[in-house]
Structure formats: structure tokens, C-alpha cells
Design a protein around this ligand. Structure first.
Ligand code: TXA
Ligand code: MG
Length: 315
């Protein structure tokens, strides 16, 4: 793919240096993670954090996830508990975010947490963001690198498409393997999943007992706003028949390769399907379709996270 924006760089010693310098100066950088691409800035700098909100056109009440290289690096910012350590041991670094109580002496800017008394923290496993985190002495506030309400980017070109030349530096780390955002789990009291992800409730349940939040928690996790992750065209769920005029997202081998059929996984592998979801939305939109029909996706394992994003896209 050609980079018409000239702000996408491959990763090497020079661009590692460039990223570190840029972040230290308070600028924002588009970075790959194993889940989706993020828009990173210094979580201890008001200037950086303001830039993130402004670029994303994100409402100030929607807090950001703070990324660290390891738990030690986070110990001055949040109060750990046993549940955190159990999950950390099992899943980190990886695609899971923990909501914990904020320490009074924490240097995290209150705008990062939207003034809440809690902080969402994550330890990404992608080698590029890890090597950057290891080179700086502040954590990275890093929402998905898309405009608010839009779908998350899964490669460097998606990030460039979202922000054009408004960001100067995007590191190309290939396609994000997981392809949907991390699982968000609230550990401030009884563990609750706020946003499902590839690490699903049945996997977490093996480590500790959890409840899945049902209806509205008062903006407990604003990413749970009903309309979110929107591809920008109407989406219709649980469809059985396709219509030649519209895009049809399918799963498995029941539907033959039609021009307007987009298969998330021929093997009906839900993990593969999750990794193809946002990529497929973008592809469909680029091809000029005006509506998206989607087959019913089984609501188990990664299917729970897929259905969560689909519901929000359809709202
Ligand atoms: O996979 C990911 O988590 C990606 C990559 C870049 O790390 N990041 C990501 O960030 O998805 P974002 O900002 O797009 O979504 C963060 C979610 C939002 O739903 C937000 O409301 C929630 O985390 N969140 C952040 N801080 C919170 C807090 N203190 N309490 C509850 N929810 C919080
Ligand atoms: Mg997001």
C-alpha cells in the first residue's frame, strides 16, 4: 500500500528515537498495539492529553486508558488488589484493561480519567509499543486512533485515513493481530466486565468470579455509550438473506463468494472473525456500499465481543 500522507514510518532505531523524542516533547504518536492502533501521548502531561481529546474530537467525559510496560511502573498511580495480581499474572502483557482506584499522589492528569477516582490501565504486548514504553519514564494515555464514534484502526493506513496530516508520526507495526479493543474489567469492587474483548468471561472466570454488567451503569465506562464504533453507514443485524445492492457480512461457508459478501471467517473461527471485523467495515465503506447486513454471530467466546461492537455499530 502506498503512503500518500508521508507520516507513516516503519519501525527501526531511528523511528524509535523519533517516537520517544516526540512523546517527551508532548506530541502525540500513532502506535500499533496487538488489539488496535492507538493515539499515544504522555499521561502526565496536560498538553499531550489535551491534544489527544482535540484530535479525536472525544468528549471530555470519556476517560482514556493509561499504558505501562509493567506493573511496577504503575504502582505510584493506582491501588493494586489481589484480583488485579491474579489477572495480571495470567494475561499480561496482553489485551486486557483494569479499572483500579487512583492513588492520591498519582501524576496522571485528571483529564485522562475524566475526573473519576479510578484509572484504566493496560500493559500492551506488541513489541513496538513495549520498546517505546521501556524508553520513557511516563505512561502513555492511548485511546484507539480514530475519531470519536468511528471504528478503531487496525493498521497504519487506517490511522492516516482518520487524521490525515494532523498527526506527524505513525509507526507501522503491521496489522493488529487481535483487531478489536481490549477487554475492560472493573476491579474496584466485585469484578465486572465493562467492555468485552478477546479475553472473554469464560476465560476470566477460570481465574476469578465475575459478573457481566447488564444495563446502564451511569457512564461508568463511557465506551458503553450506545452509539459507538460506527462505520458511518446503517448496519442491520441477524440477517438471513442478502440483497445485491448492499454489503453482506457473513461467517462460515454457507454463503458463496458473492461480490457483495464479506466473509469474517470461512472456518467460522470467531477469533479470526473478530480480527477481521473492523477491517471489513472499512473495506465495505471504501467500496461505496450504503448499507451493511450482517448474519447472526454466535454469542460465545470472541462472539460476545463481536456482538457488542456490532450492536453499537447498528445503533
Ligand atoms: O485495546 C485497547 O484498549 C485500545 C488500545 C489502543 O490500547 N485502546 C482503547 O481505548 O480502546 P479507547 O479510549 O478507545 O477505549 C477506552 C475505554 C472506553 O470505553 C473508556 O470509557 C473506558 O475504556 N475507560 C477508560 N477509563 C476508564 C475508567 N476509569 N473507568 C471506566 N472505564 C474507563
Ligand atoms: Mg476507542
Amino acid at each position: 500500500m502506498k503512503n500518500i500522507y508521508s507520516n507513516i514510518f516503519s519501525f527501526n532505531k531511528k523511528t524509535l528515537e523519533k517516537s520517544v523524542t516526540s512523546l517527551k516533547k508532548g506530541n502525540v504518536v500513532g502506535l500499533p498495539t496487538e488489539t488496535v492502533y492507538g493515539l499515544a501521548g504522555n499521561a502526565y502531561s496536560k498538553k499531550s492529553v489535551n491534544k489527544i481529546y482535540k484530535l479525536k474530537k472525544r468528549p471530555k467525559f470519556n476517560p482514556l486508558i493509561v499504558h505501562y510496560s509493567n506493573n511496577k511502573a504503575a504502582e505510584n498511580d493506582v491501588i493494586f488488589n489481589d484480583n488485579f495480581f491474579k489477572l495480571y499474572k495470567k494475561f499480561c502483557p496482553g489485551p486486557i484493561t483494569f479499572v483500579l482506584k487512583r492513588k492520591k499522589k498519582s501524576k496522571i492528569k485528571s483529564s485522562v480519567t475524566a475526573g473519576l477516582g479510578t484509572v484504566a490501565i493496560r500493559f500492551p504486548s506488541h513489541r513496538i509499543v513495549k520498546s517505546i514504553l521501556e524508553r520513557i519514564n511516563f505512561p502513555l494515555a492511548m485511546p484507539s486512533a480514530n475519531l470519536s464514534m468511528s471504528i478503531s484502526p487496525v493498521n497504519a493506513w487506517d490511522v492516516a485515513d482518520e487524521f490525515k496530516k494532523k498527526i506527524k508520526l505513525i509507526i507501522n507495526g503491521g496489522k493488529s493481530k487481535i483487531g478489536i479493543e481490549s477487554t475492560v474489567i472493573d476491579l474496584t469492587s466485585n469484578p465486572k466486565i465493562l467492555r468485552p474483548g478477546i479475553i472473554g468471561p469464560e476465560i476470566i472466570n477460570k481465574v476469578l468470579k465475575i459478573s457481566i454488567t447488564k444495563k446502564k451503569l451511569k457512564i461508568k465506562s463511557p465506551g458503553m455509550l450506545k452509539k459507538h464504533y460506527s462505520p458511518g453507514i446503517p448496519v442491520f443485524l441477524n440477517q438471513k438473506n442478502f440483497n445485491k445492492k448492499h454489503a453482506f457480512i457473513t461467517l462460515g461457508n454457507k454463503y458463496k463468494n458473492n461480490k457483495n459478501c464479506f466473509n469474517l471467517s470461512k472456518k467460522s473461527d470467531l477469533k479470526e472473525a473478530a480480527s477481521n471485523l473492523y477491517k471489513t467495515f472499512r473495506k465495505i465503506k471504501k467500496q461505496g456500499f450504503k448499507k451493511i447486513y450482517v448474519v447472526k454471530i454466535p454469542n460465545l467466546g470472541p462472539g460476545i465481543a463481536i456482538n457488542d461492537r456490532l450492536k453499537k455499530a447498528a445503533n
